[in-house]
Design a protein around this ligand. Structure first.
Ligand code: ADP
Ligand code: ZN
Ligand code: MG
Length: 486
């Protein structure tokens, strides 16, 4: 951020709900079907067809509302937002009107220390979350002559979450998008596949002089489906706007798009060309009413929320914020970690394995934790052996872990078969220490003279003499004792 300026960002996140059927008809809500096979008169907008609201989508919106401590509006309505585009067969999108089902929620995320001074949580207000329907997908021929449209997505339920302009940097916006993503996936209301467009956002951004109480004119960057693109687009846009202001100009109220290849935002529409959507109440749908019993029923289904889990892990296991957030990347990964840490008796150790060898293996295999071949019980056996220092971490990682992956038994049997049990017998180690000290009189003299950096060299020589099976901690202790004695 350039000195003297502050960025103000508000996100509008579109969450595709993973309901069985579409928002207003019985068509299946699924990706990957042949084009235009999941359609009916309702989602094709044929005359005479009538929409009927999907109760599952309402329950999913309620879950998000409860998880963000929002107010659930007992009565909300649907409106028609009218515009013309080939992927919108009805000529209007059904969305919620001035009153949304979910209003005034909030999400606590860790603030960007770069602009806040520390990483204490900041509260991001969520103005509203409303139900609406998705449009179809247009595909334009790169040659420019033809376009085709697939209406399988037309009418798929969306929950649009409108965040208040409470974010102060590109990093913070991307952290907020990630936290929302973790949340909707943990709630089980969204598949969360960004590449497929399950979860995408529009980012509104303005700049102002630090301390100025008035908000600057905002630019909307449309349709971002990657955390990295969001950060890059905002970084670019913040710099662009500051340059305009510094040059004595005014930032225009406009819509821009992120061009990932060029690495810049591009003008799409200026304020003069802003659309008039001629909103009016949807006459074919009744008022959406929710009674308190329904809300309470949804409340009983809520899991522990990702941000709470992250805080709990930080407190209970002393994990760093990044570590805990990575462990919370998906409910399945988080659950595996939780079981591993309980079974092995070490949260720190379990975290190290999850973030290290387990993640590396999953990356190599290109699979998720769901397909990880080792049961938490089996891996816990290995983590435990390292924890009680029967086995060195190096041997565990390089020899036992691959053997477990290859299905060669449990940690104990593999360690026994490969003869890897760590030597922590002080007498045996003392003998090796004595040999090493005798073989390296130079370094020994220097350590005695106070050159502590050579201690590591001597420890290394002892470990090597022990064939990599010595307990490093005991080696350090015995070496220190021996050097102090003679
Ligand atoms: P509209 O009525 O045009 O939809 P809203 O006031 O509802 O505009 O805001 C839409 C989005 O823009 C919200 O996410 C909000 O946080 C954000 N926003 C509003 N004003 C600003 C601003 N000056 N700078 C950055 N973001 C803003
Ligand atoms: Zn349909
Ligand atoms: Mg708005």
């Amino acid at each position: 951020m350039r000195a003297g300026y502050e960025a103000v960002i508000g996100l509008e996140v579109h969450v595709q709900l993973r309901t069985q059927s579409k928002m207003f008809c019985a068509c299946r809500n699924a990706a990957g079907a042949p084009p235009n096979t999941l359609t009916c008169p309702v989602c094709l907008g044929l005359p005479g067809s009538l929409p009927a609201l999907n109760a599952e989508a309402v329950r999913m919106a309620l879950a998000l509302g409860l998880a963000t401590a929002a107010r659930i509006q007992p009565r909300s309505t649907f409106y028609r937002k009218q515009y013309f585009y080939p992927d919108l067969p009805k000529g209007y999108q059904i969305t919620q009107g001035p009153v949304a089902l979910v209003e005034d929620g909030h999400l606590d995320i860790s603030g960007d220390p770069g602009v806040r001074g520390d990483d204490h949580p900041v509260r991001i207000r969520l103005e509203r979350a409303h139900l609406e329907e998705d449009a179809g997908k247009s595909q334009h021929d790169p040659g420019g002559n033809t376009s085709v449209v697939d209406l399988n997505r037309a009418g798929v339920p969306l929950l649009e979450i409108v965040g208040a302009p409470d974010l102060r940097s590109a990093q913070e916006a991307s952290d907020c998008m990630k936290a929302l993503h973790r949340l909707v996936v943990a709630l089980g209301i969204c598949e969360g596949n960004l590449e497929e467009g399950n979860f995408r956002c529009d980012a509104n951004v303005s700049v102002r002089k630090t301390g100025d109480p008035v908000l600057g004119t905002r630019v909307e960057v449309k349709n971002i489906n990657s955390f990295r693109f969001l950060r890059q687009a905002l970084e670019f846009e913040i710099e662009r706007q500051i340059t305009v202001v510094e040059g004595g100009g005014k930032v225009g109220m406009e819509t821009r798009g992120w061009d990932a290849e060029a690495g810049e935002t591009r003008l799409q529409r200026s304020k003069e060309a802003a659309m008039d959507y001629r909103y009016f109440p949807e006459p074919d749908l009744p008022v959406l009413t929710v009674d308190p019993a329904e809300v309470e029923a949804v409340r009983t289904t809520l899991p522990e929320l990702p941000e709470q889990r992250i805080q709990r892990w930080r407190t209970d296991h002393g994990l760093g914020l990044d570590e805990a957030q990575t462990l919370a990347q998906s409910p399945a990964f988080a659950d595996y970690f939780e079981r591993l840490s309980r079974l092995s008796g070490t949260g720190r150790g379990a975290a190290a394995w999850m973030l290290g060898e387990v993640s590396r293996t999953l990356n190599l295999q290109g699979t998720g934790i769901e397909a990880f071949p080792l049961a938490p019980e089996v891996l816990a056996g290995l983590v435990r052996l390292v924890e009680v220092r029967t086995l060195s971490f190096g041997a565990a990682k390089d020899q036992v872990f691959p053997a477990l992956l290859a299905g060669e038994g449990n940690a104990e049997t593999v360690v026994a078969r490969l003869g890897l049990a760590q030597v922590s017998d002080r007498e045996a180690i003392a003998t090796l220490v004595a040999q090493v000290l005798e073989a390296h009189p130079g370094p020994v003299a220097q350590v005695r003279a106070g050159k502590d950096s050579l201690r590591g060299f001597l420890v290394g020589q002892v470990l090597k003499a022990g064939g990599g099976r010595l307990d490093a901690k005991v080696v350090q202790e015995v070496l220190a004792e021996t050097l102090a004695q003679s």
